[in-house]
Design a protein around this ligand. Structure first.
Ligand code: ZN
Length: 258
């Protein structure tokens, strides 16, 4: 039966504490290559036959940071790999900032937040599509969707999809919950918008019976842990929720602006 890990990243190869080095990212890709896995976009993954027993993996990037385009995408191309980029179209003119002391993120320039993380623009997203990458929506302005008024959900979930589709000239069928937050009302809007799948920040493999709007993903930095998550797909390692919980502290679930 189909079973595949979906990994997620934020900044790649930038400066400061809140970025994964390009070298470690390349180590991840080399592990995928050595293990014989095929990277797919999430849309390709969820379209597979449920009885497919191939070794697949999906790589996703949250927040539409410019370094995803400038640094991660060329590395992916070197390996011939596809990935999915969950972007925030309302943030095109926003530079986010990191405080190197606290590792906190801010959407505004303010004292102590000294490391800039500019956002991708329309043309970058279009180029990613031309490379064979998938663009998904990560909402219009990245709020916690379970904390905002229902009247705002239309703009965040539906309008962000329409805006990206208008810019890219193709369907946008994948959504990623900002900071992993959602509730039943949010799920209702995801369905109404016509998304085919949506992604959380909780660890868990994608399987044939995974609810399409609550797909789990792994946030992993260490290549050793990355290798373990990949290897648990083999018959030698029976993956279970218990094991997943056991590795959760290593997944750095909270220290990223997801
Ligand atoms: Zn995010």
């Amino acid at each position: 039966m189909l079973k595949a890990p979906i990994f997620y990243y934020h900044s790649i190869g930038n400066i400061g504490p809140e970025t994964l080095s390009a070298d470690i990212f390349k180590e991840h890709l080399t592990l995928i290559k050595d293990a014989g896995f095929t990277p797919l976009t999430v849309s390709e993954l969820i379209a597979l036959d449920v009885n497919d027993c191939g070794n697949y993996v999906a790589l996703t990037f949250d927040d539409g940071l410019l370094d995803n385009y400038e640094i991660a995408a060329p590395i992916l191309q070197e390996y011939g790999y596809k990935a999915t980029f969950f972007v925030i179209p309302g943030f095109d003119n926003i530079t986010r900032w990191v405080n190197p002391t606290t590792s906190q993120w801010s959407d505004d320039a303010k004292p102590g937040f000294t490391i800039p993380f500019p956002s991708m623009q329309q043309q970058h997203r279009r180029e990613l599509v031309e490379m064979g990458m998938e663009i998904g929506s990560h909402s219009m302005t990245h709020p916690k969707l379970n904390k905002i008024a229902e009247s705002q959900l239309h703009r965040e979930i539906i309008d962000s999809k329409l805006m990206l589709e208008d810019q890219l000239g193709q369907s946008v069928t994948s959504f990623c919950y900002p900071k992993g937050r959602y509730n039943n009302t949010v799920l209702k809007y995801i369905k109404k918008a016509g998304y085919e799948s949506a992604y959380t920040t909780m660890p868990g493999y994608y399987r044939a019976n995974t609810p399409r709007y609550q797909c789990g993903r792994f946030l992993v930095e260490s290549p050793e842990l990355f290798r373990k998550v990949l290897n648990w797909l083999s018959n030698r390692h029976h993956w279970s929720q218990g094991l997943c919980s056991a590795i959760r502290p290593g997944l750095k679930l909270k220290n990223y602006y997801t």
